[in-house]
Design a protein around this ligand. Sequence first.
Ligand code: TYM
Length: 330
Amino acid sequence: MDKKVVFSGVQPSGKLTIGNYLGAIKNWVELQDEYDCYYCIVDLHAITIPQVPKELRRSTLEVLALYMACGIDPDKSTIFIQSHVPAHTELTWVLNTISYMGQLGRMTQYKEKSRRSEENLNAGLFTYPVLMAADILLYQTDLVPVGEDQKQHLELARDLAIRFNNKYSETFKVPEPGIKDVGAKIMSLQSPEAKMSKSDADENAYILLLDDKDTIRRKIKRAVTDSLGTIAYNDEQLGLKNLIEIYSIFSGEKIPSIVNKYEGQGYGKFKEDLAEVVIDGISNIQEKYNYLMDNKDYLEKIYIKGAEKAEYQALKTLRKVYKKVGFLPR
Ligand code: TYM
């Protein structure tokens, strides 16, 4: 029997945070044996905000190297760059014609981004989730492992699949979201009611996967907690709750056991230990990353092979779609 399909992606805009890792990439690694996995670097999405071309090229390669350094194995999974497979933009066009303006206008990320980029409110920001739906639907995806912030976009992908299937007959698999209970929303270290984001103006708000040891220690030491002074896991102590979750996922230790261990101690010792747990969790990734970035020819082989494999699958779906909407075959 054919394996079920997983699809997910990360934008190569800026550096990746431990939020991207814990909410998404770390979970992708575990799926590689059981599923047929497609892991994409979504450069088409990245240009909806201004990019410096040279830096975009570099970030694209960096994200590819990070995928592999985090444990995505190119012999098991298909790793590719979105713009290398034109079917993504082609399907987007077709899906645009069945997307409702009202629904796109209600997307939380669009509303947030449009507030922030009033003077450059481009149409790409508006149709961004349609491109994301095309990414997913092209591969007849069963499961999409993402962080909490992508839930609404996934709902749209499901709606579009169902709408197209109803209008033209069964064509797309309707994908399920794969969102974990812990780790799906890593919060800012400076304002724990907001998501940790690589675009945050305050660099103390996030930890990058490529931060050095001292930077990690300093950022965790400065992380906002509360004045209660007792280690506990609850919604009144959001800063601490976030730190405990980070500790738990990196160490594999259960949350109650962590709380137990530090009960009665101040935040200082917990934060010191947390920094070491994080450093431990990513030093291996950094080592592999540096090695891979020194081997660009190898990385190039990986993305060329990945694009070929991805394109083969994507075209199967795109041909079906073109036929159903009534385009004459060439
Ligand atoms: P992006 O690049 O913003 O984020 C990549 C992945 O990281 C997750 N993530 C987080 N998880 C937990 N805590 C956080 N603080 C945190 N910040 C980010 C995101 O949920 C995401 O899973 N639109 C997508 C990229 C995309 C995509 C796709 C994803 C394009 N096409 C198709 C899945 C399927 C995005 O901007 O992710």
